[in-house]
Ligand binder design. Sequence first.
Ligand code: DX5
Ligand code: ZN
Length: 214
Amino acid sequence: MRFEILPSLLAADLGSLGQEIVRASNSGADALHLDIMDAHFVPNLSFGPDVVSLAKKTAPAFSRNVHLMMTRPDLYIDKFVSAGADVLQIHVESDCDLHRELRRIRQAGIKNSIVINPATEVEELFAYLDEVDGVLVMTVNPGYGGQKFMPECLSKVKTLRKLKPRLDIMVDGGCNGETIPLAAQSGANQFVAGSYLFAQRDMARAVRDLRSKL
Ligand code: DX5
Ligand code: ZN
């Protein structure tokens, strides 16, 4: 399986967003993770399709992985597709017809993925595993960057890896040099890191360090 590192733009310096996107793109990371929060599904607001467009304009070759923490992602899928998302991730806890929306994302010509919160049982995902390009297992309660990694979420990664040896399995929240190896041992192959990577002066070196631990 290919290991991938994804910096989360939520932790970037918002005063220099364009430069931060360039910094992440030049770091050798595999894709940019963009966290969309609606102040309803999670108790926070972040940014919308315009920031996805900015990322596309600023670093066209740096793929955009868009994590929709929204109660009604179905109402925004078209907007994020038009803005330049390459992967759209929707939560199993969201309030929409998931089979339909997962299909719609693929029909738009991009990849889909399903996300699961720490409090949700892994069995909730089983009905969708043959319809997704990837799964994202949250290792914090979504809403904020800079939280502590929850190792108890890794049993879900193990279960999913046993069921699907070739599926992309991502972890998000609290990832750093200590926690990424644990997630990889459990079977994850994609790792989102926000506060850890953006806090580094030399992000390229930090990405190399993380890869060396995989
Ligand atoms: C949490 C977001 C994460 C967040 C990760 O709600 O989904 O992507 O940016 O940030 P860190 O790596 O700081 O935990
Ligand atoms: Zn995220």
